[in-house]
Design a protein around this ligand. Sequence first.
Ligand SMILES: NC(=O)N[C@@H](CC(=O)O)C(=O)O
Ligand SMILES: [Zn+2]
Ligand SMILES: [Zn+2]
Length: 438
Amino acid sequence: MSTLFTNATLADDRVCDVLVAGETIAEVAAAGTLAPADADEVVDCDGKHLLPGAVDAHVHFREPGFAHKEDWHTGSRSAAAGGVTTVVDQPNTEPPTVTGAAVDEKAELAAKSSVDFGINGGVTEDWDPDSLFDRPIFALGEVFLADSTGDMGIEADLFADAVARAAREDTVVTVHAEDAALFDPAALERAGDGTGRDGDADAWSAFRTAEAEAAAVDRALEVGADSEAAIHIAHTSTPEGIDAASDAGATCEVTPHHLFLSREDLDELGTFGRMNPPLRSEARREAVFERVADGTVDIVATDHAPHTRAEKDASVRDAPSGVPGVETMLPLLLQEVREGTLDLERVRDLVAANPATVFDIEGKGRIVEGTDADLVLVDLEASREIRGDDLHSKCEWTPFEGREAVFPEVTLVRGHVAYDARGGDETFGEAVGENVRV
Ligand SMILES: NC(=O)N[C@@H](CC(=O)O)C(=O)O
Ligand SMILES: [Zn+2]
Ligand SMILES: [Zn+2]
């Protein structure tokens, strides 16, 4: 099976014909130069952009253990509908992914994924590094320096041992960097008892301080330097954390919620805006945005962390932390391109080319001959409002309700149509997802 995409504008503004043969990109040439007769199907992309599928290096698809929040079927369809063609699942499932057997169990469940995937190995007191590194884990992480969903926070000694082991195994360590010693519990005690949308969620931001992130980032970078390990700071929420990582030659990621939301949104979001690390001040959000726009930040990844509405509808002390995001990341970033606040090549690098480089994923993240045909067709002229009801995650809500965004028309995973919204109806392809590590 071959498909010729004609007259497609690429992120760098070249207008090209792109020939997909089987699962790979066979040829990229100037528009009008590849012969339609050579392809089984021709897709005219006139006026539209063809982008490499996004690689979301940080999702929580919740299986095994919490399939009532999300599962590999719903999570991966949500990804495909948002132009994400590869996801990396985090270890705070039940059982936690800290042994080879747990990796095997998760890999079997992930066989029903519509998009390609990586499976991270985690670290707890009970981890089994020998069996874990015996499996094709994507990276070691997210390693929790403080408790988050799943209570997998670990002590300093274990962290140092884990980082040293990962360095020997030539594996990147992704770190959830918060230091609980610098949290401010009094801020939580002062919080009201409102729940859900009326919840006093700002108390969570006052509790899990920006200083707690900065200190933990510094410690992670020091430990990484000691063992010459590759450290990747997950979901960095402060300019301080980003600058420290960048100065140390480490890599970091920023989530869409830290890029587009701040404490000022918590009046409206209530406890639906509770996550770790929490939303920061508008000034810090703007500083984070600048660092994403200027390339100091390596990656945008979602930390897609769905919980049900009923679970989130609790007091700020009791609501679980985390928000969904895998379906809205690329659409929100493309809206910024429309508005002139980010350029399209930067967006391509943040969500596709850079994650592929940082995590050494072969054959993904770029539209060049010989790579996987992971492609997203978008019309930058067509934006619409985000509605939780329209999204495909099991949790059915979004912190970005009502924002304008540019959703994909078609998403291809290794040449297979994973999502198709042309003609108005949405259709999904077969579950063709494969592990990107073998
Ligand atoms: N970010 C969150 O607030 N929650 C994540 C865990 C995590 O990434 O820390 C979750 O799994 O729910
Ligand atoms: Zn985390
Ligand atoms: Zn996470």
